[in-house]
Design a binder for this molecule. Sequence first.
Ligand SMILES: [Mn+2]
Length: 297
Amino acid sequence: MGTRLAAESVASRLSPMATLPSSDDEGEGRLQVRSVWISDVHLGTPGCQAAALLDFLKTVDSRHLYLVGDIIDGWQLRRSWYWPQAHNDVVQKLLRKARKGTRVVFVPGNHDEFARKYLGHSFGGIEVVDDCVHTTVDGRQLWITHGDYFDGVIQCAKWLAYVGDSAYEFTLRLNRHFNSLRARLGLPYWSLSKYLKLKVKRAVSFIGDFEQAVAREARRRGVQGVVCGHIHHAELRDIDGILYANDGDWVESLTALVEHVDGRLEILDWGDRAAWGAKASAQAVVSTGPAAAGVGA
Ligand SMILES: [Mn+2]
């Protein structure tokens, strides 16, 4: 195929390729980045866009791959089993990446909190941690957390502003225990984010409050930025000197956060992938020409 050949010849001219993990899909145009963050995939639910994610994972190669929670939806699976082949393929792809030299780190969220029992362990080369810090190639420290711990904090944001940090941490814990209790009773995770999203008018201020709360915690921890998910709303912006990054989701918006080889962070929108080549610098070309929109689709 012409597209395939063109993409290969571009790839062969890109020198940073040699230092990155070997790709396990040959022939297609590839995007080489340093790091990838994805979250809110919700494998095990009909809403999960597994085929699109699989194509994304085939297209993008990285040294670091962070799975920022709600990857597998344990809540839904417990209610009714839904596990088509495409969902299996995603899991296999992630394991394969770990095997081929990508460092894969899994930070569980509320929907896959069953994995929080296995913090510090690794499965098929995938490390499971509650949170972690990523250092970008230009030396910035990014705290990585799913974000559900902040559901409760936001609810109480107003009075917390007056009573300070100890009450704030108490609320974090309370939200966590509240939902653990619900889990033991067989009730689904109660998400303030979901609840408020139904109330469209308040959703905007909820997202703002969530972002503020997460950025505030990042500042308290002395890092330069934070990467999270949970609210299914991709974002990359500065909040009072803290870099706030949300990698979005693979249910509606099909977005990922990447760190390019020069340390630049960017949100990639799979629906808009034909534009990646234009936006990215020459070392990070996914594909060439208008026909490339079909690559990996
Ligand atoms: Mn979540």
